[in-house]
Design a protein around this ligand. Sequence first.
Ligand code: NDP
Ligand code: 8X3
Length: 249
Amino acid sequence: MKTALITGATSGIGRATARLFAENGIRLVLCGRREDRLEELQAELSGKTQVYTLQFDVRDREAVLQQIHSLPEAFATIDILVNNAGNAHGLGPIQSGSLDDWDAMIDSNVKGLLYVSKAVIPGMTARNSGHIINIGSIAGKEVYPNGNVYCATKYAVDALNKAMRIDLVQHGIRVGAIHPGMVETEFSEVRFKGDTERAAQVYQAFTPLRPEDIADIILFVVTRPYHVNIGDVVVTPTAQATATISKRD
Ligand code: NDP
Ligand code: 8X3
């Protein structure tokens, strides 16, 4: 049985991936800040697979390293790492950007991903085995108006995905990124700081991706034969051509 560590498992893409992995008999280490959500998900999935939860903020490097290094033996060998935790904070021109928002995005989307990777990858290199899925975004493939720092963090994820693939190839470790367009999750609620009406408008008058669509792709990627590495997937709703061009009803 393989073991997967999923960051950002309390919501959206991460939670959908946890559910699908559980259906497919993958042992789970689920991470997030919201303990109640972690407990709920553990209770929901425990009948299907073995589940262990880690409650930490990916920005807290001591907590990340300490908790991942203290996993019980049954969960300590991470075969699959899904670097998913992250969010956008704010949407506006760079000249009026908030330093707190910039810190939050850079610290979670880039530095947090690196801290978790640093905690997990040495075990993979020691075993010459492992699979890393990095969740990027179309925001890491094209810069759009007012996206500035969020886009910069996702460009960084794209670069780190390529860098990991280069550095880890001699260890037989597979590395790939999924770059979604619009997926209806709590993402826009976080971006717009709890303004649920504004968040709902993002997904109105067209059919966005569902988090389960991304989970399907992640499961496909991790269930290919060992000699197949899917390195880079860009996936949008059919009604979305680029970050800024969509067909609305
Ligand atoms: P959600 O807001 O629904 O989920 C975000 C997840 O990340 C939550 O589980 C949250 O858990 C976790 N998270 C955020 N910040 C931290 C932190 N500092 N420490 C620990 N966990 C954190 O959004 P999505 O599911 O949409 O987002 C998942 C990933 O997908 C992100 O990297 C996002 O950038 C990316 N993405 C999303 C798209 C979309 O349109 N929705 C499109 C392209 C990419 P908790 O709050 O409990 O800590
Ligand atoms: C999330 C998709 O277009 O809002 O990464 O940046 S977008």
